[in-house]
Design a protein. Sequence first.
Lengths: 502, 251
Amino acid sequence: MSFKIIENNSAIPMQQIPVLNYEAFFEASSALLSREHCHCVNYYAVPESGGLRLICCIADDHTHKILVGSFIRSNDDTSAIESLTNRHFSMHIFEREIHERFGIEFSGHPWLKPVRFPFDKKDKNSHFGNYPFYSIKSHELHEVGVGPIHAGIIEPGHFRFICNGEKVLHLEIHLGFQHRGVESLMPIHKSLLQQTILAESIAGDTVAGHNTAFINAMEALAGITVSENIHISRTIACELERIAMHTADLSALCTDVAFQLGSAVLQSLRTIIINTFMIWCGNRFARKLLRCGYEPYPLTPDLVNKIRQNLDTFEKRYVEVMDKTMDMPSVLARFDNTGIVSREQSRMIGTVGMAARTTGIIRDIRISHPYSFYHQMTHETITLQGGDVKVRAKIRDLEVRQSLKYIREMLEKYDPVTNEDTFPVPVSLKPDMFVVSLAEGWRGEICHCAITGKDGLLAQYKIKDPSMHNWIALALAVRNNDISDFPVCNKSFNLSYCGYDL
Amino acid sequence: MIRTIKIVKHQGKQFIRDLQNVNLPDLHTGKPVISGDPCKPDCRSCKEICPVQAISTQPVSIDMGRCVFCRECIVCPEKIISFSNEYKIASNEPGLLKVHSRTGAITFNPDLIRDEIHRMFGGSLKLRLVSDGSCNGCELELNASDNVNFDMSRYGIEFVASPRHADGVVVTGALVENSIRALELTYEAIPAPKIVIAVGACAISGGIFQSSKALNRSFFEKHKPDLYIPGCPPHPLTIIDGILKLTGRIK
């Protein structure tokens, strides 16, 4: 095997990442990606002296390992290289990103379009005004452009539909409006606190998810191990976040199909969960809660009781309203058979997380590459078949119920009396190391890759939000649906703009 | 039908009747409290730890327009800095967001409130949101401001779907090059007179992104905000309180 085999959150020296020539790299990654249980979690380019190092990380769900390989491309080399997307469509977004940032041509890539118009893009003439939209010359068809600013409190993004009457034939999603330069800021910020706050700000709805990935990466690079208590509280935070966001999305789905009761009740239920974060750490979205190497807000016996009480209050009303919602003919008429993504499509485009699990694919980092407390838990991945809006609502419902159970179990195991590790510890990263940190946010798989320099500081940081894989699933889901069903399809995925734009 | 009645009964009344006197949990990081004690000579521990350069020392002051409310500055060996759960922290002048030992409640500068704001927007205010390089945190709280708990629309304050229907624009995010044109166009499309509200540390100062090359903050140079709502993200109560004060609904 020409790829180095590593584990989630285990740092390795940079020189241990094998360097292949492109042909060997291409064949090796292609062979891996042909296996159904393997998928690419990150493929990106790192500038090195005189050229670029392209690193590809492929996760193997069976062996629970990650395979890492790389190749080097000199700056003088302007020739095109063969596109992996040709054989494995799920690679399309990674190659597009590399092309946009560094200008490498991938021959045979069907769709080498801009991803997010970063400030450090290669082609300075590429901008929002000349985005190459797919279009059809026809007198019968028409185009509908929506955004970047949308009709509500929502982030910016542009959606271009090609419609035949009310039917959507094609949707192209063009993002980048939220690009803040997160990845480039990571090494610029020198203090760990700044970097942590930046990690919390990758996506404000996935604070615990992204911060867990960041903290795990830093702890691996610094060789810090933390107590079981800390692992438990981090895992509780991630599961609470899952409950909060799934509930918010279920509420939004009810709003979109004009089911006022479900919308109002679920809104107030989400408030209970995020107010639980408030009494725990003083912020409703788990900011400040997770820190590298220590636990600034340990759970006290009193707090454990309050969390239990809140979960009980939540569950009683939640079960009642969700059972009713999923029983309502007027709701089901809108959810059922709307926005279908087939299993074949899902596999081809490489969806992750919740969206993949609605098409019968077991893709869940909590079980394939466990981290934090998931090592000790017997987690069972929920998968459903069908891939429509109803199934995406249903899986959220089931995952909320599952997370409630998990949090209660973890609260049993947490020791609120002996709270050690509540003070910051010195964190010094080992030089010239590489780490991959995978975490399962509520949307799906989060991947952070970090490289340290000779000075033991962060040299490169790469972030992949699950939305990178899943936006194209939304584009496929709305095909052959009425355009009026777009909002409900969109909410059923609720993908991240800021996590994609970075 | 019986199930529906049960759900409604169990839901009860969730809305907060009096938004002016809510006692948030003690841990809620609101207005900083700075004691009048002198700093230790040459001590810069709070200034050094602050991730967003919000603190100046000798004497200590915290700029809430920059602050991301991470609470780390309580490391101060003299315990000069602490945080209260006071959520009424919005103002219409950036200078008034700088908290020092003599700061009482955060106030508004009445001279900066244009005449038409009380007169025209005091009874009803329709707003358009533009998220311009944000992390979605402020959007979640803006959404929450009008949920069944906080119910901002009881005051006639609502977010609308088109700038043509709006009286002002709410800006979240650090203001990035990629969105600046969309923001300008939205502002242009709003009929005059109109207001600008900056929500969150990123909008007010750039926050944790202030040194990023992707930013373009020229919009606020041209159109000075009428209201600054600090926080990371601001609590819905802070947002509602700020808007009510700007429009003269409360003092």
